[in-house]
Design a protein. Structure first.
Length: 223
């Protein structure tokens, strides 16, 4: 088990014979050797641990993004209810289409939005600011007090992960599982983006995607 500390927070990954699992609860159905065959030479340019940690950050990026968006909207004097609705809409859009947004340039932002220290600090500052409405009104910002309750609700839905758990429950109960799990789709896109950045890919992106699907289906068939 590899440990990577960020302040007092710790992230871990474990390489197994049939995949890679992380302390965030994500499972990637590909091994170090599989990635080397998938994007030859990439691991010489980028450590496996960093790639997996970045994939983990993208998997959870909808939580931090939607929460920060809510606070920005209410401080921009958008009605609290509308800010709540917009934040939820963005969350669902991002959650189900994260792979579309994955790119190398925005990866540091995704990692920042995944840091507990950053989310707790920023959320605390914004929520305290809302509770001290008279004080922030002195600098020309007017926020409805009910924005505090919407904000607390979203914090538990997003940061604590209640909404994500609900989505997973509903999908497992009423819908067929996706052909390729979300973590694998995101890792796939990240590998492709890094392959393009380092000039490794030579027009075989479609073949690479098919190979990832084959690997994922193979492991699902063994369960």
């Amino acid at each position: 088990m590899e440990n990577f500390k960020r302040g007092r927070f710790e992230w871990q990954m474990l390489e197994l014979p049939d995949g890679i699992t992380t302390s965030n609860g994500n499972w990637y159905h590909i091994t170090r050797d599989g990635i080397e065959k998938y994007v030859p030479g990439l691991l010489k340019e980028k450590p496996l641990e960093q790639i997996i940690q970045e994939a983990d950050a993208w998997v959870k990026s909808s939580n931090g993004l939607a929460l920060m968006l809510y606070f920005i909207l209410v401080y921009a004097t958008v009605d609290a209810l509308w800010a709540f609705i917009i934040s939820l809409a963005v969350y669902f859009l991002w959650y189900f289409n994260t792979g579309v947004f994955v790119n190398v340039i925005s990866t540091p932002i995704a990692r920042l939005l995944n840091k507990d220290g950053f989310i707790y600090t920023v959320s605390g500052v914004f929520l305290i600011g809302i509770s001290l409405n008279d004080l922030i009104a002195g600098v020309g910002i007017s926020v409805e007090f009910n924005a505090l309750w919407y904000g607390l609700g979203l914090f538990f839905l997003f940061k604590v992960g209640l909404l994500s758990l609900l989505i997973q429950f509903v999908r497992n109960k009423f819908f067929d599982k996706p052909k390729v799990p979300k973590p694998d789709r995101i890792l796939n896109m990240l590998l492709i983006r890094y392959g393009m950045k380092h000039g490794i890919l030579t027009g075989k992106i479609e073949d690479m995607e098919k190979e990832l699907i084959r690997i994922a289906n193979y492991h699902k068939g063994k369960k």
